[in-house]
Ligand binder design. Structure first.
Ligand code: NAP
Length: 246
């Protein structure tokens, strides 16, 4: 019988998993939150929009006869990951988190790890006056009260207010190069980078560029994966999990 897999997506890994499963006998549905105006659509079936909390997700799993869920959401999308853990526990549907490893610090990095965007904002006044924010369009509000610094924020879609008084937006979704990132940091005279430990590769061009220019990087640490939920670091790990009996 065809097995139905729900991928909670919105990431490169989610799309890669859907593509990998396209040539198998699985029925695959990818779910996107609907935050991005023109999302990159994964292979297979796609549904867009929230489920209505953990109960709504549990209802959806039952109604659509889902056999397994892979939470391939962004490492910082803690709300949906929590909901998925609750819905899986309520329905008995097996759940796996597909979470790419975080960035790796190397010699020459000047990282200042913080537990939250609010903590990053607290640290900022002492660390720089021209800030490059690469935290996505959500979360800019955490910096809105800072009037002593200028912010350049890069995101796919424009951030919603409130934003800091001295603020400019760069709409771009990459891919980026070290050379391009270095040129951008120089052009805007950036003296501190604020980013999240999103991972996806050992490093990112912006981190390499910051290292080259000896800039401090305030890096927001990831929220934890919900207790007891197994984690795979890549698509191959998910494929192995799907082949496990039971
Ligand atoms: P979040 O705070 O964890 O989730 C908030 C609510 O959005 C959830 O309770 C759920 O609504 C809905 N939702 C989130 N992801 C969903 C999905 N894949 N399918 C259906 N509903 C979803 O999430 P977020 O941080 O706003 O991120 C939203 C989406 O953007 C995620 O899917 C994530 O993969 C992607 N993304 C996030 C970031 C980031 O930095 N946070 C970066 C890149 C991409 P209901 O309770 O109504 O079900």
């Amino acid at each position: 019988m065809t097995r139905h897999l729900l991928i909670l997506g919105g990431t490169t890994e989610g799309r890669a998993l859907a593509a990998e499963l396209a040539s198998t006998t699985y029925r695959v549905t990818s779910s996107l939150a609907g935050r991005v105006a023109q999302p990159r659509l994964p292979a297979g079936e796609v549904r867009i929009g929230g489920f209505g909390g953990p109960e709504g997700l549990a209802d959806w799993l039952r109604a659509e006869r889902v056999d397994a869920v892979v939470d391939a959401t962004h490492p910082f999308a803690a709300g949906i990951s929590h909901n998925a853990a609750l819905a899986a526990a309520a329905t008995g549907v097996p759940l796996l988190v597909l979470r790419r490893p975080g960035f790796t610090r190397v010699d020459g990095d000047h990282w200042l790890p913080v537990p939250s965007l609010a903590a990053a904002a607290d640290l900022l006044p002492r660390r720089g006056e021209r800030v490059f924010l690469t935290i996505g369009r959500q979360g800019v509000a955490a910096f809105a009260h800072l009037d002593g610094a200028h912010f350049l924020a890069r995101s796919i879609d424009p951030p919603e207010p409130p934003v800091p008084p001295s603020f400019e937006v760069l709409l771009d979704r990459g891919p980026f190069t070290v050379q391009g990132e270095e040129a951008l940091l120089r052009k805007h005279d950036i003296d501190v980078l604020v980013t999240k430990d999103s991972g996806g590769a050992a490093t990112a061009p912006k981190l390499t560029a910051a290292r080259g220019l000896r800039l401090p990087v305030i890096i927001v640490e990831r929220p934890p994966v919900p207790d007891g939920v197994p984690v795979a670091p890549d698509v191959a790990g998910v494929m192995r999990w799907l082949e496990e009996p039971g």
